[in-house]
Write a protein that binds this ligand. Sequence first.
Ligand code: BYC
Length: 480
Amino acid sequence: MNIARVDYDGLIPNNVALGQDVRVKRALEKWHPGYINWWHDMGPEGFQESLVYLRTAVSVDPKGWAKFDYVRMPEYRWGVLLAPQLEGRKISFGTHKGENAWQEVPGEYRAMLRRLVVIQGDTEPASVEQQRHLGKTAPSLYDMRNLFQVNVEEGRHLWAMVYLLQKYFGTDGREEAEALLQRRSGDPDTPRMLGAFNEKTPDWLSFFMFTYFTDRDGKMQLEALAQSGFDPLSRTCRFMLTEEAHHMFVGETGVTRIIQRTCEAMKQAGIDDPYDIAKVRKLGVIDLPTIQRKANFHFSLTLDLFGSEISTNAANAFHAGLKGRFREERLKDDHQLESGTYPVLRLIDGQIKNEDAPALSALNMRLRDDYVVDCNVGVGRWNKVISEIGIPFEIKLPHVAFHRHIGEFSNIHADVNGNVLSEEQWKKRRGEFLPSDDDRSFIESLMQPNFEVGKFAGWIAPPKVGIDNKPGDFEYVKIA
Ligand code: BYC
């Protein structure tokens, strides 16, 4: 069998020889109607019958794995795709370093591994639920298509985790797969598992910030899980990462296009002061300080997804060889971390200070540090757009202690520069840092649909190039 090619003959496209794995095939076929029901109930609202120009994976070969065509979303071919198995792959970190990668779940780590797979799986449908209302206010058909592409691929990522649960975790895996369809983002009784996935994504600026910041947590976590000694998880995550790249592209370019439009409109109107918010808003574009506050919100919320700075869960997962570090293979140390240290920002006597902690306990902090570096790259590109148009403003990521709900700084208030604030000071100044009701209602007022072929809402610039190199007047969604 050619592992790179995907078998599209059965109900569930796959490159894992599902046809020869009757038990798992049946289990997935049984799970399928529940998934489709969930997609109808919780997937993009109002566009299920529309034809969307989507890419579908036809191979896992890094070159040319995608095919573009018009598809109705409920008919999208969701399936199970794993990157090819690497011959003789060894576990590259932790106490089992140097041993052959596991093709079956090691009994002693079963619960830990299942928890990681379930948490990863839970985020995928959550994001679809969070974004389900956005189609109705899309600023263009191009953006609407990108939203739906992200949505169907998050759906496929759910399939990826459900395959692992059904194939490797027996009865409890099947129960977990069911539960993934039962929880709901923001539901007070059955919420999604992680904080950021229960927040609303009420407008398109939030969507772009989410795909920039939160999907990037997805990238970092998938990179760490792609190192896993449990080979099927590693292979699944390696392929998911190829899809994730497009989601972050949507986020980065979406924010860039909003910034560009704002700066161009300001220049044209002769407004140089980015803080002259009333005047900027009158132009029908989003002022830069509001964009900064949105970034503050989404960045801080996403930092919580890395867990506590000091974590025995993270230490155990690394020691066991289940979850590695970002690009583990490129790091030059013993890959066991039994003795090293890592500097961790901590709250010591009311002050935020660096303190060396055992490297094994500080793995969440380390991944978070790698994440912040990665985030700053795109922020630099946003600032380039602003400075090239000549507006005196710079977007900055807030301090990691700002607006936190998990870990070291969850019990204090800090400003965006990391100065500790009293409760009273925080209440007074919160509006400087985070979007206010007024910001939200202004953004909402701009969220008017623009479904005319080749046209864009006035608050966002058109993209530089089309998807699949299509021309500017391409009909990315044929609305039914
Ligand atoms: N919210 O030792 P701790 C993506 C819990 S995004 C609520 O501090 P640990 C995507 C934690 O579960 C990537 N609870 O942290 C993006 C634990 O509870 P239990 C998703 C939280 O375990 C966009 C307790 O606090 N993938 O793919 O080292 C669109 C103490 O935990 C939170 C993964 O996250 C929170 N924010 O690290 C679509 C990878 N943080 O067990 C998709 C898998 C912590 O004591 N998950 N807690 O009841 C993991 O590696 C880890 O579970 C975490 C937490 C990094 C999330």
